[in-house]
Ligand binder design. Structure first.
Ligand code: ADP
Ligand code: MG
Length: 303
C-alpha cells in the first residue's frame, strides 16, 4: 500500500452521485459484540458515513465510554451534553446531537468518560433498560415535527453485555454483529445471541438479528475463510458477503479524526465499507416486506 500520499484536510461535503435506497421507516441498528477490537466502532462510523454520502440522514450514538466513535467522527467529547447526560435524564438527544463535518447529514451524540459510571448508576434506576429507547422516541418526535426525520440510527456498543448494551438492544430494531475473521472469532457469539434472545423475549419483541459483517478479513488465510464459511452456513440471509479487508488506511483514519470515507475514499477499506453500506441500504426494502416471516422464523427457533 502506498503510504506516501499526503493527508489533505477535509474540504467541502462528500456526496455520492448515485443516492442510496431510503428505508420506508427509520432503521435503528445496534452494533454489538462483547469482544473488544472486532471492528464495532470502525464499522459503525464508516457505514454511517457512507450512508450519509448516499443522501440519507444518519445519527451515530456513541455508547462506549472510550468514545472512539466520537473521535473517529471528529466531534467533541462534551462534558455536559453527551449520551451519559441523556441516559441520566439531564439532557435531550436533540440538544446533544453534533453535526459531523464534511458530510451532508451525519450527526453524532458523543460519549465522555462519565459514561463509565452509567453502567453502575443505572442499576437502581426505574426503567433502567429502556432509558435509551425513551430518549430516542423523544428525538423521533422532535425530528418528525421539524420535518427532518432520520433514516438511520447506529448505536456503537462497549465491549460488554452490561446495561449499556442492554439499553442499546432494547432501543434498536436491528442487531448488527461484526465478526473479526481471526482466532476465537466465534467464541462468545453464543453468549451474545443468548443476550439477544433474552432482550427480544423480555424487553423488545421487535428486535431482529439482521446483519453480520466480516471485518479485518485476510483472504489469504485459511482461518479467515473458515470463519466466513461458518457464518455463511448459519446465517446466509443475514451475512453481507462483502468482507472488509484488513487495510492500513482504515486503521489510520481515526488518528486524523476522520472516517476512511474522507481520509482515503479510494482505498480498499473505504471501497468495501461503501459496498457494504449500499447492500445494507438495498436490503431495507426486502427487510420491510420480510419482517413478519423473519419474525416467525426466529420465534420458532427459540421455542
Ligand atoms: P471495537 O469497536 O470492536 O473495539 P474497533 O473498530 O475499534 O473495534 O477496531 C479495533 C482496532 O482495529 C482499531 O485500532 C481499528 O482501527 C482497527 N481496525 C478495524 N477495522 C480494521 C480494518 N478493516 N483494517 C485494519 N484495521 C482495522
Ligand atoms: Mg469500539
Amino acid at each position: 500500500m502506498d503510504d506516501s500520499r499526503e493527508t489533505k484536510p477535509v474540504v467541502g461535503v462528500r456526496r455520492l452521485k448515485e443516492a442510496m435506497d431510503k428505508p420506508s421507516a427509520l432503521r435503528i441498528i445496534t452494533v454489538a459484540n462483547q469482544k473488544g477490537g472486532v471492528g464495532k466502532t470502525t464499522t459503525t462510523v464508516n457505514l454511517a458515513a457512507a450512508l450519509s454520502m448516499g443522501g440519507l440522514r444518519v445519527l451515530v450514538i456513541d455508547l462506549d465510554p472510550q468514545g472512539n466513535a466520537s473521535t473517529a467522527l471528529g466531534v467533541e467529547h462534551l462534558d455536559n451534553t453527551g449520551i451519559y447526560e441523556v441516559l441520566m435524564g439531564e439532557a435531550t438527544m436533540q440538544t446533544c446531537a453534533q453535526k459531523v463535518r464534511a458530510f451532508p447529514s451525519l450527526e453524532c451524540i458523543s460519549s465522555n468518560t462519565s459514561l463509565a459510571q452509567a453502567e453502575i448508576e443505572l442499576v437502581p434506576m426505574v426503567a433502567r433498560e429502556t432509558r435509551l429507547k425513551e430518549a430516542i422516541e423523544d428525538l423521533i418526535a422532535v425530528r418528525a415535527a421539524q420535518g427532518t426525520a432520520l433514516d438511520y440510527i447506529f448505536i456503537d456498543c462497549p465491549p460488554s453485555l452490561g446495561l449499556l448494551t442492554i439499553n442499546a438492544l432494547t432501543a434498536a430494531k436491528e442487531l448488527l454483529i461484526p465478526i473479526q475473521c481471526e482466532y476465537y472469532a466465534l467464541e462468545g457469539l453464543s453468549q451474545l445471541l443468548k443476550t439477544f434472545e433474552l432482550v427480544k423475549k423480555r424487553l423488545n419483541a421487535d428486535l431482529k438479528l439482521s446483519t453480520f459483517v466480516l471485518t479485518m478479513f485476510d483472504g489469504r488465510t485459511r482461518l479467515a475463510n473458515d470463519v466466513a464459511d461458518e457464518i455463511r452456513k448459519h446465517y446466509p440471509a443475514e451475512l453481507i458477503d462483502i468482507p472488509i479487508p484488513r487495510a492500513v488506511r482504515v486503521s489510520e483514519a481515526p488518528g486524523f479524526r476522520q472516517t476512511v470515507m474522507t481520509y482515503d475514499a479510494s482505498s480498499p477499506g473505504a471501497i468495501a465499507y461503501m459496498a457494504v453500506a449500499r447492500e445494507l441500504a438495498s436490503r431495507a426494502k426486502a427487510f420491510d416486506s420480510n419482517v413478519v416471516s423473519i419474525h416467525y422464523k426466529r420465534e420458532g427457533e427459540i421455542a
